[in-house]
Design a protein around this ligand. Structure first.
Ligand code: F3S
Length: 400
């Protein structure tokens, strides 16, 4: 059988990525159509970004899982690609469009197409653990490991909090990297690109969701270095998610907190002070003069500690006649804290595999309240919501 021709001859002149003999064979189709397509995309990406070679990855995290965002075109592409491809490394999925075990009223057509999309991914050997916090759900990378992750908040966490190395992949490039087990070496895979570009001196340790929302806008794709804050791991998750949403920050440092923050010379860098007035101004801007219909918590997906804290607050309270409560987490975390989940379920829903942004929330609600800097940025556009920002305690006080 002749090898599948998937790469136009004209592309050859643009090659800059050095390929091993085995990689060239895969590109020429000797490993079949799926790996050839994957190589084609990885090499094209490497050429564009000036990568010198492909490097092995430990894991992939693949976005493009919700039928709401993928549509029929995306479903068709994944089903077609899955017929000739298998992943070579541990691979997990980003949230889908619905809780796969406990649907919350999605249409039959939506459910059927979402299921097909998941089945196509699963047939390639990808774990059906649909979460944006894989590092809380069985895949916590070590410092220095190379990854191909695509969920922007998970990318930020892996680089900044864990010291692993990943670019902010698109869904397709993470999938292709999973199939080859490699990714082009450029960007944040190179230590020199991980140094800080801009310093933020922060007053009064504000809510990380608001700080991230504000900083993302000015940092854009630079690497911020924070002074004056001492966030917990869950707060770092929130900070990174917000900066990745309002900007495209894929890595940051926090003095005396994150693993690569030591030893950088920051004297010559641009410095910005974030004042309490600015934070309060943003908080006011994100208030609305209307009652929320639903409270959504869990962007990014909640940790065990966060679920337990919510359960502890609700435990001896009486439900108010207020908005509906929806809590989002991974299936794995949900299974780790069954008692806390049971307590919360007396007041609302604990949903896994999906989130408020990639599920069809807009079919049920128009006004939502959240404590997530990322959800505040995305819900208006992606779920047609009028959004209110409140801190977690204030959100829970609306419920009980
Ligand atoms: Fe996760 Fe959905 Fe937020 S994927 S980071 S909960 S928008």
């Amino acid at each position: 059988m002749s090898p599948v021709q998937v790469r136009p001859a004209a592309f050859k002149d643009l090659d800059k990525v050095h390929l091993t003999v085995e990689e060239k064979r895969l590109l020429e189709g000797e490993g079949g159509e799926g790996p050839a397509k994957a190589m084609e995309l990885l090499v094209a990406l490497g050429d564009i970004y000036g990568a010198d070679k492909l490097i092995p990855i430990e894991s992939a995290q693949i976005a493009g899982v919700s039928y709401k965002t993928m549509g029929d075109g995306g479903l068709e592409f994944i089903e077609d690609f899955s017929k000739t491809a298998k992943v070579k490394v541990k691979s997990m999925l980003n949230p889908a469009g619905m809780d796969l075990n406990n649907p919350t009223g999605e249409s039959e057509e939506f459910s059927e197409k979402q299921t097909r999309l998941i089945e196509a991914y699963a047939s390639m050997g990808i774990e059906v653990s649909c979460t944006c916090t894989p590092y809380l759900a069985g895949n916590r990378p070590k410092k220095g490991e190379h990854l191909a992750w695509s969920e922007s908040s998970a990318v930020s966490f892996a680089n900044s909090v864990l010291g692993a190395m990943t670019n902010r992949e698109g869904g397709p490039s993470a999938l292709m990297a999973a199939v080859i087990g490699k990714t082009p070496r450029y960007g944040l895979h190179i230590p020199e690109n991980r140094t800080p570009d801009i310093v933020y001196e922060v007053e009064d340790d504000p809510p990380m969701a608001l700080l991230g929302h504000l900083v993302g806008e000015s940092a854009a794709d630079r690497v911020p270095y924070f002074r004056g804050i001492s966030p917990t791991e869950d707060e770092l998750k929130s900070l990174g998610a917000a900066m990745a949403a309002t900007g495209s920050v894929a890595m940051y440092h926090v003095e005396n907190v994150t693993p690569e923050a030591k030893g950088y010379e920051t004297d010559g860098l641009e410095k910005i002070t974030i004042t309490s007035d600015e934070i309060n101004g943003l908080k006011e801007k994100l208030l609305r003069d209307e009652e929320p219909e639903v409270v959504v918590i869990g962007c990014p997906h909640l940790s065990q500690v966060e679920i337990q804290e919510i359960a502890d607050y609700l435990n001896d309270k009486v439900q108010k006649d207020g908005p509906e409560l929806r809590i989002y987490t991974s299936k794995r975390v949900k299974e780790m804290v069954p008692k806390a989940v049971k307590t919360i379920e007396r007041f609302g829903k604990v949903i896994s595999d999906t989130c408020m942004v990639v599920s069809p929330l807009e079919e049920e609600f128009k006004v939502s309240a959240t404590d997530s800097g990322k959800a505040v940025a995305y819900l208006p556009k992606l779920a047609k919501q009028r959004v209110i920002y409140l801190d977690r305690r204030s959100l829970l006080e609306l419920i009980a």
